[in-house]
Design a protein around this ligand. Structure first.
Ligand code: ADP
Ligand code: ZN
Length: 627
């Protein structure tokens, strides 16, 4: 850091009460009062020159853990990140705070690159974002060798994990940093929390000597809900209309076609949505991402390609229309909701077809046997989360080796409305017997649809074609409804008491089937909740709900502030959240500051923003007062 930096510290005779340099930067540059969680010890450790491995959930505030040390230490902080498409936004957001930030990646033309390189060499950058592949080139390494480096931050560090879900081969070369710059502190950060990933990061990046900081992965402001899928798209629409009208959200689908159909369906039904997947051309992807960041309340329907590193703070919901492949992936994706700490929802619709499809994918998937076993284990954990009658959050955290203070969180669907369970042993035996008879007596295997029809005793064309009405099990399950059978089969598959085989997803027995058939193992099933029927008026009422929890008298000012913010953002070509977060606008609307001093005391208002927006804001607030 040099003297001209916005973050430069006043060299006064600080008394014993003076804040530490780190706290000073937090308040002056970022406008926040206090550190969160483990931020302070991490930041102090890196400022003192120590290496760190930081595991923190999304939204916990990892960025400050390297940004502040970069501002306090001499030289430029170099941030390695795989998220090339976001570097521009990250640099913009920092510049809006008065921090001198730049980036080097393949999106720059040679002239732009030279400008950044010159700034770096002149010591005019506090932070430089760098794509990992740059570090393969001797030219980049030489460039860095000519400047003073404050620290290396390795963001999204789980990308170094070969078996993880985001492996980037270029991350394997990052061990070079420790070798070439032994005196420069390195801080590796990720929101992926399993012990295996943690170990791989430490080992592959040569961070054995580093201090490790593992935060609680709980995200208390996110409500987790997993609902049985009937008509996924319609359920999604209902969910958005009832609970998140006008809110920004991300919807995840497995297939590219699925994202496009869903986006179209939502838009046709009045919820503005755009698709995002690897098959769209780069220009359109960039345009959709940019709209998502810049507009209030747009929904992006995406394959997993979307969202990593997007630090839009006001994503109010993340929805899954298809089953994620692992709990790790699910937690990363849902974690993109509610970074600002305001209430948000992680919603998923999940059904029998999903289990069948995913089990099939795992079996026919690429990779060797060990890889497939791993994929199967990931899926089992995901299914167990879906089918649990216990608290979802407790399960999620246990998956990451952490415990919640209480047995139940009170903010997930199973805590809010505990599901009923029933003794499904006899039902399971009926279903398994049907599979057995088909195979033993006929040498046949069928999928869940036909098994259900046989159990229900339905004389469909296919039943008659194969004379399945002559099986002794025909109609033995007439005591349950079709949806109950689908739910039961889904759970038996999730439990591994039944398995899926082959291209057509036929059902077959497993090693775990025998004890159930012989009556040695009881099967407890959860009853799918019946979705509450909402009246039209109830829907209309909740549609008027404010995007953030606001006292009604503050609503008009909040709306005026949002409109003001949109105008400011447009003028500067940046995203609204880079002007101020919703949470900060909310504070303005509730507290109605009347002076610059009062404004500056609100969380999220640093020196630069106070200077840029202060007068304008006071005007908006006072004219709303007199209105
Ligand atoms: P992560 O990278 O861990 O997902 P971010 O660094 O994007 O999280 O931080 C999440 C949000 O929390 C950001 O909007 C950030 O400005 C805010 N934030 C971080 N630290 C603090 C703090 N100490 N006080 C208030 N807000 C904070
Ligand atoms: Zn719970």
């Amino acid at each position: 850091m040099t003297e001209s930096s916005a973050a430069a510290l006043p060299r006064t005779d600080a008394g014993p009460q003076a804040p530490s340099p780190a706290l000073g930067v937090l308040r002056r540059v970022f406008g926040y009062d206090a550190f969160r969680g483990e931020q302070e010890p991490i930041i102090e450790h890196v400022i003192a020159g120590g290496d760190a491995v930081v595991l923190m959930p999304t939204g916990a505030g990892k960025s400050l853990c390297f940004q502040i040390p970069a501002l306090v230490r001499r030289g430029t902080g170099v941030v390695v990140s795989p998220l090339i498409a976001l570097m521009q936004d990250q640099a913009d957001a920092l510049r809006a705070l008065g921090v001198r930030a730049g980036f080097l990646n393949s999106t720059l033309d040679p002239d732009e690159r030279r400008v950044v390189e010159a700034q770096l060499l002149a010591g005019e950058l506090d932070l430089l974002y760098l794509a990992p592949e740059r570090l393969r080139s001797e030219q980049t390494l030489r460039l860095l060798a000519q400047t003073e480096i404050a620290l290396f931050a390795i963001d999204e560090a789980h990308c170094v994990s070969q078996w993880g879900h985001d492996f980037r081969p270029d991350y394997l070369t990052l061990s070079v940093l420790g070798e070439r710059w032994p005196g420069v502190p390195r801080i590796a950060l990720t929101a992926t929390a399993t012990a295996a990933t943690h170990e791989e990061i430490t080992h592959r990046l040569g961070l054995e000597q580093a201090k490790h900081f593992v935060a609680s992965f709980d995200r208390p402001n996110i409500t987790y809900r997993i609902v049985p899928k009937a008509e996924g798209k319609k359920q999604l629409l209902g969910f958005i209309r009832e609970e998140h009208p006008g809110d920004a959200g991300i919807v995840y689908c497995l297939s590219r076609a699925g994202t496009e159909k869903t986006a179209e369906f939502l838009t046709t039904n009045g919820v503005e949505a755009v698709p995002y997947h690897a098959g769209l051309d780069a220009g359109m992807r960039a345009a959709h991402q940019s709209r998502f960041l810049r507009e209030d309340g747009l929904v992006v329907v995406a394959t997993i390609a979307f969202g990593m590193g997007i630090d839009k703070p006001d994503v109010r919901f993340v929805a899954h229309l298809d089953l994620p492949k692992s709990v790790e992936g699910y937690y990363q994706e849902t974690g993109r909701a509610g970074r600002d700490g305001l209430p948000s929802t992680a919603w998923m619709a999940y059904g029998l077809a999903d289990v069948v499809q995913q089990r099939k994918l795992v079996q026919s998937g690429e990779g060797d046997e060990a890889f497939r076993r791993r994929a199967a284990a990931h899926l089992d954990a995901m299914l167990a989360l879906c089918e649990t009658a216990g608290c979802r959050r407790t399960r999620l955290l246990r998956y990451f080796g952490q415990e919640l203070a209480a047995e139940r969180c009170g903010n997930c669907d199973t805590c809010l409305i505990p599901p009923e369970t029933w003794d499904g042993t006899v039902a399971a035996q009926k279903a398994l017997s049907t599979v057995v008879r088909l195979q033993r007596e006929r040498g046949q295997k069928f999928g869940a649809g036909q098994i259900t029809d046989i159990l229900l005793g339905r004389k469909t064309a296919k039943v008659e074609q194969f004379a399945h009405d002559e099986l002794s099990v025909f109609g033995v399950g007439a005591d349950l409804t079709e949806s109950e059978w689908r739910a039961a089969l889904r759970q038996l598959l999730a439990l591994g008491v039944l398995a899926v085989e082959g291209e057509y997803g036929t059902l077959v027995l497993t090693e775990a089937s025998g004890p159930v058939l012989r009556g040695e193992r009881e099967i407890l099933l959860r009853k799918d909740p019946t979705p509450p029927k909402r009246s039209r008026t109830a829907t209309a009422k909740s549609a008027a709900k404010a995007p953030v929890d606001l006292p009604p008298e503050a609503q008009p000012l909040f709306d005026a502030l949002r409109a003001w913010r949109t105008g400011q953002a447009r003028e500067q070509g940046i995203a609204p959240y880079m002007v101020f977060h919703d949470a900060t606008l909310r504070e303005f609307a509730v507290r109605r500051p009347a002076t610059l001093g009062e404004l500056g005391s609100i969380s999220g208002v640093g020196e630069k923003k106070l200077a840029t927006y202060g007068e304008g804001l006071l005007e908006v607030i006072s004219s709303a007062d007199s209105a």
